[in-house]
Design a binder for this molecule. Structure first.
Ligand SMILES: [Zn+2]
Length: 132
């Protein structure tokens, strides 16, 4: 008979390394994003701030592309909730990232569309001097 509460299995060292790589990356980028933005990028509220990933990792991006200064921005509680509720859509096409634009990236979009969007995002951030 097995134990009622079996000991949880230890993470394999490979999994642990992967987990560490992820949490370390996220923490580093979060601190850089907060340092850069200081305020909510939409309403300029000072906080508390969340880090929002413009294109989610579930859209097929790598860890490094997802958690990068280029793809992340600081949003306050309220704006972050609105973005996730799709009341606000982040746009890469018009001048202002974080305004009512039309592009919503879904996991179904083609790789080509993703590349195009990320180019548009890059140039938008370049114009704003947000890239490192
Ligand atoms: Zn806000």
């Amino acid at each position: 008979m097995g134990l009622a509460f079996p000991k949880p299995k230890k993470r394999s060292s490979l999994k642990r390394a992967k987990h560490m790589r992820k949490t370390t990356r996220i923490a580093a980028v979060r601190s850089a994003v907060m340092n850069r933005d200081q305020r909510c990028r939409l309403c300029l509220e000072r906080g508390p701030l969340h880090m929002h990933e413009v294109i989610f990792r579930s859209a097929g991006r790598s860890l490094e592309d997802t958690y990068s200064l280029m793809n992340c921005l600081a949003l306050c509680d309220k704006c972050h909730a609105k973005v996730h509720a799709r009341e606000i859509r982040l746009s890469f096409e018009d001048e202002s990232i974080g305004c009512n634009g039309e592009i919503v990236v879904t996991p179904n979009e083609s790789r080509f569309a993703m590349d195009r969007i990320s180019e548009a995002l890059k140039s938008s951030l370049d114009r704003k001097g947000w890239r490192d």
